[in-house]
Design a protein around this ligand. Structure first.
Ligand SMILES: Nc1nc2c(ncn2[C@@H]2O[C@H](COP(=O)(O)OP(=O)(O)OP(=O)(O)O)[C@@H](O)[C@H]2O)c(=O)[nH]1
Ligand SMILES: [Mg+2]
Length: 240
């Protein structure tokens, strides 16, 4: 596993979480390459930059890509993939949220599954029998389930979680994603990525994960994002 795993983290005003998360990642995968794609405005971006430079555990371990403008979670991941892909040693590419919703303890499950199932993409799912959801408000859970059922009817990929951003990709699928142009830039790019990969013959598997609601920081998913996500789901299928 040495040197072969990269982790991409999209971030928007997540300084405290990035510090906690990257340390936890390195405790599980000490040789992992980590790229944070940060869209915070200059002030918060500088806070993060200073933190990454001053912390002896993180110094030289985390690459920060700063974009200074909120350009969407999906576009941040693609930016991170492009940069990470240049490193030819990286065989496996994780994406995970910055807010500690996703647990590095689950890494080994993903890595085991991508190998044993010969999958190109492994999706961390909140909705399999062995999945655990911790401290998530019931309202959010119900909304998420409705959205996922709707996407499943519309896109029909027969997966249980289209909208969770804890995933593992192999080099082949990341190469494909760096070459195509995705329509969606926000959260819903996760569904578009799954859809485009499946349509192009890539194999998708799922693993149950432990999902925890954020403790620090604010959600960047507002009503605007929600509406644009719904329209996005419709567009994804229309344009393919
Ligand atoms: N680079 C970048 N990251 C983003 C953007 N929007 C959201 N993110 C990150 O994407 C991840 C998921 O966003 P969240 O705000 O946690 O969305 P959520 O999980 O629906 O909402 P919570 O209930 O607050 O957890 C987090 O790591 C965010 O910091 C963006 O426009 N650009
Ligand atoms: Mg979150």
């Amino acid at each position: 596993m040495k040197l072969s795993v990269g982790v991409i983290i999209p971030s928007f005003n997540e300084t405290k979480n990035i510090s906690l998360l990257t340390k936890k990642i390195l405790s599980f995968l000490p040789d992992a390459k980590i790229i944070v794609v940060d869209d915070s405005k200059i002030e918060n971006n500088l806070k993060l930059k200073r933190l990454l430079k001053s912390d002896s555990q993180l110094k030289n371990k985390v690459i920060l890509i700063s974009r200074f403008k909120k350009m969407g979670r999906g576009s941040a991941i693609i930016t991170g993939f492009r940069e990470m892909f240049k490193n030819k040693q990286i065989k496996y590419f994780f994406e995970m949220d910055a807010d500690m919703a996703h647990d590095p303890e689950d890494f080994s499950k993903f890595l085991g599954t991508i190998k044993s199932k010969e999958a190109d993409l492994v999706i961390g799912s909140r909705y399999l029998e062995e999945s655990k959801i911790i401290k998530w408000p019931l309202k959010r859970l119900i909304l998420s389930k409705i959205i996922n059922s709707f996407i499943n009817i519309w896109l029909g990929l027969k997966i249980s979680d289209y909208t969770n951003g804890f995933r593992l990709y192999n080099r082949k699928s990341v190469e494909f994603l760096t070459k195509i142009k995705l329509r969606e830039k926000g959260f819903i790019a996760l569904s578009e990525i799954a859809f485009r990969l499946k349509k192009n013959g890539f194999k998708i598997a799922e693993v149950p994960i432990n999902f925890t609601d954020r403790t620090y920081g604010k959600s960047s998913a507002g009503v605007k994002e929600f509406v644009s996500a719904l329209l996005g789901i419709i567009r994804i299928k229309m344009s393919n």
